[in-house]
Design a protein around this ligand. Structure first.
Ligand code: SAH
Length: 338
C-alpha cells in the first residue's frame, strides 16, 4: 500500500476511479493535504464516512520525522528519520528574495564522486515520492514559512530515481498542490545521459543543472566515476539536444578544487567546450570536509578563473557560500546520525 502523498493528481484520480470513488475527490484530497495542511482522513469533512474508510483501506498516511535540527546563519539543516529508520538530510536557506530548500532524493548515493560526502554512504534505496514531499511540508510547518524554491541537490542522484523525482515535481508544482513554480525548481544531475534525454521530453519549465566539474575526460574521470560511463562530448550533445527541445538555459556546476581543476588552462578548456551553448557556469567554492584530500581554491584563484571565462564570453557566477557552519553546504550532506 502506498502513501497518499505518493500520488500526483492524475495518478490519484486514476486510483480513485479504480477503487470506485469519484474522480473529483482527488482534487478535494489534494486541497486538504497541500492547501489546508490537514493530513488526517477523519478531519476531511467534505468526505463521507464511507469514502474516509475507503481511503484508510487504500492509502497509508504516515510521516517521516524530524530527528534533529541545526541552525546556522540563514541556514537550517534537518536530519530526518524515515519509517524504516534510515536517515536523510535536507537544508533550508533563507535568502532576501525567499526561502529555498535543498532536498535529498535517495538514501545514500552510488555515484561515488571523490570529493563529495554524500557518496560515502552507499545508496541504500531510492526515496519514495512522499518522502520528498514531506521534506518540504515538514520544514514549512516547523519554521512556519512558505518555501519559494526547490533544488534537488541534496543526497542522491535524482536521475537515478527518475520516476519518483518527476512525480515529486508534479505534486509540488501542481496548482492543486504546493504551487511552487516550475521555474523555481532545479534538478541537478552528475550527468546520466538517459535521464537528461527523458527530461528533455517532459515538457516542464523546470531548471536543469549539470555537475560538470572538469573540462576534459581524463580529469573528470579521476574525480567523477560516472564519467567512465558517459563521456563529456556525449554529455554536452545531450545538453544541446535538451536546450534545443526546451529552449531553456542550463546551469553548469563547477566545484573549485585547489590545484586539481582550477587553473587558467582549465578555464580556457572549459570556455572552449561550452562556446556557443546556452549555459551559464556556476562556480562552487569547495566545502572542505574532514578526511578529504581536496582543498578549496583560493579566492584569488576563483576570481581569476571567473575572469578567464568572462573574457571568453561565458556567462558565469560564483555560488554564494551557505551553511558551512552546520555542515549543511553542498557535498557535506550524508545523513549521519552523530
Ligand atoms: N547528484 C546530483 C545532486 C547532488 S550534489 C549532482 O551530482 O548534481 C549537488 C552539487 O554539490 C553537485 O554539483 C556536487 O558536485 C556538489 N558538491 C559535492 N561535494 C561538494 C563539496 N564538498 N563542496 C562543494 N560542492 C560539492
Amino acid at each position: 500500500m502506498k502513501n497518499i502523498m505518493d500520488y500526483t493528481l492524475d495518478k490519484l484520480e486514476d486510483k480513485l476511479i479504480n477503487i470506485n470513488e469519484k474522480k473529483f475527490r482527488a482534487r478535494q484530497i489534494f486541497n486538504w493535504l497541500y492547501i489546508n495542511k490537514i493530513y488526517d482522513f477523519d478531519k476531511m469533512n467534505n468526505l463521507s464516512k464511507e469514502t474516509i474508510k475507503t481511503l484508510k483501506d487504500n492509502f497509508k498516511n504516515d510521516f517521516i520525522k524530524i530527528e534533529k535540527k541545526q541552525e546556522g546563519k540563514d541556514t537550517f539543516k534537518y536530519l530526518f528519520k524515515l519509517i524504516d529508520d534510515s536517515h536523510i538530510e535536507t537544508v533550508l536557506m533563507k535568502h532576501n528574495y525567499g526561502n529555498s530548500i535543498c532536498i535529498s532524493s535517495q538514501v545514500g548515493c552510488n555515484m561515488g564522486c571523490s570529493f563529495c560526502e554524500s557518496g560515502k554512504l552507499k545508496k541504500l534505496r531510492n526515496l519514495e515520492v512522499y518522502e520528498m514531499v514531506q521534506q518540504v511540508l515538514l520544514i514549512e510547518e516547523d519554521l512556519d514559512i512558505r518555501i519559494n524554491s526547490i533544488v534537488i541537490m541534496g543526497i542522491g542522484e535524482p536521475f537515478d530515481n527518475y520516476d519518483n523525482v518527476m512525480d515529486f515535481i508534479k505534486i509540488v508544482n501542481s496548482d492543486h498542490g504546493l504551487k511552487i513554480g516550475a521555474r523555481h525548481i532545479t534538478v541537478s544531475t552528475c550527468g546520466l545521459i538517459p535521464g537528461i534525454k527523458k527530461f528533455s521530453d517532459e515538457n516542464l519549465q523546470v531548471n536543469l543543472a549539470l555537475s560538470l566539474h572538469a573540462p576534459n575526460d581524463t580529469l573528470r574521470s579521476t574525480i567523477m566515476k560516472i564519467n567512465n560511463a558517459y563521456k563529456i562530448n556525449d554529455l554536452l550533445d545531450a545538453v544541446k539536444e535538451y536546450i534545443k527541445k526546451t529552449n531553456r538555459r542550463v546551469t553548469i556546476e563547477y566545484v573549485m578544487l585547489r590545484d586539481i581543476n582550477d587553473k587558467d588552462e582549465h578555464a580556457l578548456e572549459l570556455a572552449k567546450i561550452l562556446k556557443g551553448l546556452n549555459v551559464y557556469v556556476n562556480l562552487i567554492p569547495f566545502n572542505e570536509v574532514e578526511n578529504n584530500i581536496y582543498k578549496k581554491s583560493s579566492k584569488e584563484r576563483v576570481l581569476r578563473f571567473l575572469d578567464v571565462l568572462k573574457k571568453h564570453k561565458i556567462n558565469v557566477t560564483i555560488r554564494r557560500e551557505f551553511g558551512g557552519e552546520v555542515d549543511a553546504a553542498c557535498g557535506q550532506l550524508r545523513g549521519r546520525v552523530k
